[in-house]
Design a protein around this ligand. Sequence first.
Ligand SMILES: NC(=O)c1ccc[n+]([C@@H]2O[C@H](COP(=O)([O-])OP(=O)(O)OC[C@H]3O[C@@H](n4cnc5c(N)ncnc54)[C@H](OP(=O)(O)O)[C@@H]3O)[C@@H](O)[C@H]2O)c1
Length: 330
Amino acid sequence: MNKQQILRNRPVGVPDEKTWELIETEIPEVGDGEMLIRNKFISMDPAMRGWINDARSYIPPVKLDDVMRAGAVGEVMESKNDKFKKGDFVFGMGGVQQYKLTDGKGFYKVDPSMAPLETYTGTIGMPGMTAYFGLLDVGELKEGDVVLVSGAAGAVGSVVGQIAKIKNCTVIGIAGGPQKCNYIKKELGFDHAIDYKNENVRRKIHEYCPDGIDVYFDNVGGDILDHALTALKKKARVVICGAISQYNSTDGMKGPSNYMSLLVNGAKMEGFVIFHFADRYSEALQALGRWVAEGKIKTEETVIEGIENFRDTFLKLFSGDKRGKLVLKV
Ligand SMILES: NC(=O)c1ccc[n+]([C@@H]2O[C@H](COP(=O)([O-])OP(=O)(O)OC[C@H]3O[C@@H](n4cnc5c(N)ncnc54)[C@H](OP(=O)(O)O)[C@@H]3O)[C@@H](O)[C@H]2O)c1
């Protein structure tokens, strides 16, 4: 049987126990051109919160009564598709379920001898590529820049900071709690860390960036974005990658009020979605794979087991009760 998490209700605010239902269905038969994948690791991404809103976005919302959408790494169990064979390991939109039947579109092979399978949901996967293109292309990173990144101990932010260090930048990370701050400084090599739960963020940004910021990579939005805007250098770049502090808001998203700093400093603020860079994924994956192999980028995943624990695991993205990439083993 195939255990699946089905979207039953669209939540207002934080998803509750009525949002998803765990069901069991028959494992489907494989038709011509198709393959059956046994999902191993489900990628837990903040974007999943946006996908269950009934709102226009960069992809259509998950329909009610459909399997919850998610990226997943799995093993091909049976294949009638020329491009994949039994025993291949693949990444694609496998969904929050144990088995995925697909024609293979959007799936690509991953190599378990190069890295643990779960790493393909993180640093050598979508979050790593998001850091790569967001920082280097959208953020137009230059050697020696002063880079501030929020969500700094997370899947995207931890890679942003480490790429910026490879490029000889000064890196300041913002994260929740002393342990995460210690981790990004001691283990990931960031120059400074700001604990947004216990410190005055605006004061600390100005203390660590006395001449201002060249690149602010924003994963969280809200007040932290506003504080960062007060410290921009001339021609700074503000990269809008995400706004996790706002995703469960019940009274609309709070936008930045300090945006006139963009005018004063001739700075720019630009958003992006990783899918905009789809034709260059292999470039990013090669660079990230090389940096990981050379020990220049450290990877970390928090792995929780059991498809029945999907909602509790998902909520850890918002409580911050995890480090690095959050993954559900199914
Ligand atoms: N544009 C794109 O294509 C794209 C692609 C991937 C991800 N993203 C976005 O990038 C951001 C990071 O994603 P990720 O996968 O790397 O997630 P993540 O950082 O691994 O996990 C989310 C982290 O956000 C922090 N957080 C939660 N609520 C917060 C709040 N109210 N204020 C400040 N920090 C808060 C928590 O860390 P603390 O313990 O530090 O609070 C939590 O661990 C998200 O906004 C996501 O939507 C965008």
